[in-house]
Design a protein around this ligand. Sequence first.
Ligand SMILES: Nc1nc2c(ncn2[C@@H]2O[C@H](COP(=O)(O)OP(=O)(O)OP(=O)(O)O)[C@@H](O)[C@H]2O)c(=O)[nH]1
Ligand SMILES: [Mg+2]
Length: 207
Amino acid sequence: MPFIHYANREVILKVVYSGPALSGKTTNLEKLHAILPNKESRQFLIVPTANERTLFFDFLNVADTLERNFKVRCHAYTVPGQVIYKEARKVVLRGADGIVMVYDSQATAETANKAALEELIVFLREQGQDPNSLPIVIQYNKRDLPDILPISTLEAELNPWKAPFIEAIAIEGKGVLETFDAISKSTKESALRSSADQKGSPPWFRE
Ligand SMILES: Nc1nc2c(ncn2[C@@H]2O[C@H](COP(=O)(O)OP(=O)(O)OP(=O)(O)O)[C@@H](O)[C@H]2O)c(=O)[nH]1
Ligand SMILES: [Mg+2]
């Protein structure tokens, strides 16, 4: 459920960029931070490490559109992809309103991609979240590299939900905004739907 901050008249949506190690999750947030028009207050937090690997999460705060007098703000997080940080991934994924799975398209990443998918399926089950109703967008990243798998293979192996997918070269900023637009749109729509289902819907939903 989205967090509603009545005093600030804001709805806060949590979007998490997940996926295997080195798939380009941090790069997505970095490019997004650079691409997005410099409208409202935006914050970007990357905890610097010696080797540029994410140790807990990266965080981007994007002020979004007004919705019936409420501002919709998107908090985008990444998880650390390295296998050993499983517990951190669990913590960061908890309460996500929407998920982007960033996969590395290279053939050499096939096993790591599949493991990341299996792990996400288990996490969601543990947290009682239904992946068929949770907004998910798939990003097949690193399409610039030579030894990549065709989209049809990636789709068959890595997208059991038939979620919308986007091809990307995150390092060049390609597909980055499209991915964010897709997940923020579907997350917002889903939050509106779930609010509408509740008795006494919150004021940001009322006409
Ligand atoms: N060739 C190519 N390299 C990319 C692309 N996107 C990211 N990279 C590179 O892949 C490496 C890993 O990128 P990160 O964004 O740090 O990956 P991550 O998913 O955050 O990795 P962890 O934090 O360890 O989970 C970096 O060297 C990036 O520059 C891309 O589209 N093409
Ligand atoms: Mg990272």
